[in-house]
Design a protein. Structure first.
Length: 370
């Protein structure tokens, strides 16, 4: 969860994607941590036609606590029987999520102050705090100065030194404005509107930002407003996060992606959660296209198959290798061989395993398959 990207596909659809590598306690890292959460209950989503997805980078427990608290606040907000659907927009709900984000930030500060000195930020403002023996004034200048640094964020509240800053992206869709996205940063504490149709946060955020910039700078204003479409949008989103994973430290592992489609008639179509084997295969398809082992249109079609409801991952993988000009070289690439170096070993099971039935297997193994 070191890098996060989001991208608007059309005025009513978009997606968010996050990697799963995470660093803890100086040098230990894992490959399974992600913080991507759907915040709206299914009943409320169907009633108001709204979806809201939260993704974060930085310190993992911060985002888990924020998402759980935001769900409670949103559930209470949307449960009122007199709630006007016209007022239920991504921006309005985003301010509720921001409130939860701030509450977690304040709780962490108060916990550290209480651990060190026995008072919280409110006590620091008033200049005294209560004890079982009565009020005690905060008179020590060094204590007050350090406490103020903690409140201002100049001293961390327990993050790993390798963790990126705590930042989050909120994407959603509503009946009034369609797709919207916002950014939340612990150092700012505001809800920032995503006006350029993409977001890139965390370690290596420059890579996806450059990739999106190259794409959007080639489009006219009308084309940018219309969007790339769902299928090609998925490709560009995964291509952008692959840019970060290929070239920046702390980015890696599997990915997880949530796609929101405001034009879908039901919840199953409005929100798709792409994870595990399907997500990994998505990244492998994009890597193959980046190395010119499959065509761009082929990659887009394969990704469309993986991001539909209940995808047949094995069938898509078989087609993936069959569409490659050289399945053996593709297999080497996915096993992290340097395929552009001379002397690449020619042995491998890919031609035999993935060779189409209509092609002679012996010819396929000899490299005749085109």
């Amino acid at each position: 969860m070191a890098v996060l990207t989001s991208f608007r596909f059309t005025p009513n659809s978009g997606a968010i994607c996050i990697d799963q590598e995470s660093w803890h306690i100086w040098r230990r890292k894992n490959w399974f941590t992600d913080h991507l959460y759907s915040l709206i209950d299914p009943e409320a989503a169907d009633r108001f036609g709204v979806e809201l997805v939260y993704g974060g980078v930085g310190h993992p427990p911060y985002h888990l606590e924020t998402a759980e608290l935001a769900r409670l606040k949103l559930r209470d907000h949307l449960a009122r029987p007199d709630r006007d659907p016209a007022t239920v927009t991504v921006e309005a709900l985003g301010h509720i999520v921001l409130e939860a984000f701030r509450d977690v930030h304040r709780r962490r500060i108060d916990d550290k102050l209480t651990f060190l000195y026995g008072f919280n930020a409110d006590d620091l403002n008033t200049g005294e705090f209560m004890t079982p023996h009565g009020a005690v004034a905060i008179r020590n200048k060094d204590v007050a100065a350090r406490a103020l640094k903690i409140v201002h964020g100049e001293e961390d509240t327990g993050y790993s030194p390798f963790s990126p800053p705590v930042e989050a992206c909120l994407i959603g869709v509503d009946r009034r404005y369609g797709f919207s996205a916002f950014c939340l940063k612990e150092k700012d504490g505001v809800l920032g509107f995503q006006s350029c149709w993409f977001e890139s946060l965390g370690q290596g955020r420059q890579g996806p930002a450059l990739r999106f910039a190259r794409l959007l700078n080639q489009r006219t204003l009308t084309s940018r407003r219309q969007g790339e479409g769902r299928d090609r949008g998925v490709f560009y989103l995964l291509d952008a996060i692959s840019e970060a994973m290929d070239h920046y430290g702390q980015d890696g592992g599997f990915v997880r992606m949530m796609i929101i489609d405001g034009d879908a008639p039901d919840r199953a179509g409005r929100l798709r959660d792409i994870r595990d084997d399907a997500a990994r295969l998505c990244v492998e398809i994009v890597k193959a296209e980046r190395m010119n082992l499959i065509r761009r249109d082929t990659a887009v079609g394969l990704l469309a198959g993986l991001t539909m409801a209940n995808p047949d991952v094995m069938a898509v993988e078989r087609r993936f290798f069959a569409e490659s000009a050289d399945p053996m070289v593709l297999g080497k690439l996915l096993r992290r061989y340097k395929i552009e170096e001379p002397g690449l070993p020619q042995a491998g099971p890919e031609r035999r395993v993935y060779c189409p039935e209509s092609v002679n297997v012996s010819a396929c193994n000899e490299g005749v398959l085109s």
